[in-house]
Design a protein around this ligand. Sequence first.
Ligand code: PMP
Ligand code: GLU
Length: 400
Amino acid sequence: MKSLSLRVQHVDESATLVFTQMARQLQQAGIDVVSLTAGEPDFPTPLHVKMAAIRAIEENFTHYTANRGIPELLKAIVEKFEKDNCLAFDPSQIVVSCGAKHSIYNVLQAICNKGDEVVIAAPYWVSYPQMVKLVDAVPITVSAGEESNFKIAPSQLRKVIHAKTKALIFNSPANPTGTVYTQGEIEELADVIHETGIYVISDEIYEKVLYDGVKHFSIGCVKEIRDQVITVNGVSKAYAMTGWRIGYLGAVKEIAQAAAKVQSQVTSNANSIAQRAAAVALAAPSDDVTMMVHEFNRRRDFMMEQLSAVPGLTLQKPKGAFYLFPSVKAFVGKRWKGGMIRDDVDLCNFFVNEEHIALVPGSPFGAKNYIRISYAASMKELEKGIRRLKSGFKKLSEAY
Ligand code: PMP
Ligand code: GLU
């Protein structure tokens, strides 16, 4: 058999999906596994959104649509960008895709040449560096550690930008750390972006999931760099619509057209029924979003309170998204049943085998010896999960 492409051989499968699937398989085999893996709201999609999809099917709205999206969805996105983000786009500058993940990939295809560099702050969402590699570009990671609240400083960004740098992927609120940049911090980064002329892919998928009165600020609002920013968002997180697969971007026409060209040859339009549903989700009042965020807040506080009491675990209170990202360094080197916990991956294996709780290790997020705990799960699952986490950490602290 001929070999696979070098490109695919050098790319990792999405760790979030791998660990989520592993938990699903154990559950299907009858094992009572608590899965705090995927960042996926456990709420049902709001009823009015589901009704819009049912209507679309009944009206036989089941054919190909315009590649970039149906007019009513493009209109709803333009209005959303204007209302929430102070971003002014014409419908011709919007491209609807099969999830924000797909939007980011289309953009990378549209702007990157072989060997171009794309800057990513670490810890990062697992897919960023892998998508960059898939387009034959090079991910350049900049450390945004715990000591800097998981944020990069303008000086760090300036240092890594040179002739080959094409873009920065910017994510606030961030997965996996829950960090949120302030307007002032974003404006300082924008100065560097203006000076250097690089693009910014701003992934704002967690825009609505914010706590403690923190406000979201879109980097594309900074006038001087407006044309350099590609703003990506979607309905997965805010409207509990992960399975519908609708994401979108707004950008200068040239980039929007280039991303649409990529899409026209690879997938064509996003699902017609889901587009109708997404248009309704975006245009409707935000009561469901408010309710979900209120509930995430309650779960975050519960998880923080419980886990702060675990000796050895260090964690920061997230300001957005729905993940905790504690350091587990204190448990590395512990011996258990003749083996040793060498790193975060071993620790996650220990938890799934010993305590039947599935988590995602930090390594694929660019943060060795951290773990990601999603609290986008029901309170009942979280309570059960906490008991198992505490039990596992206790066993390890008593081990040597
Ligand atoms: N960006 C980030 C930071 C994410 O965590 C996710 C995961 N859903 C996505 C983008 C992609 O979202 P979707 O493709 O479901 O719109
Ligand atoms: N983004 C979510 C996560 O980080 C869903 C899985 C994925 O697409 O990576 O868990």
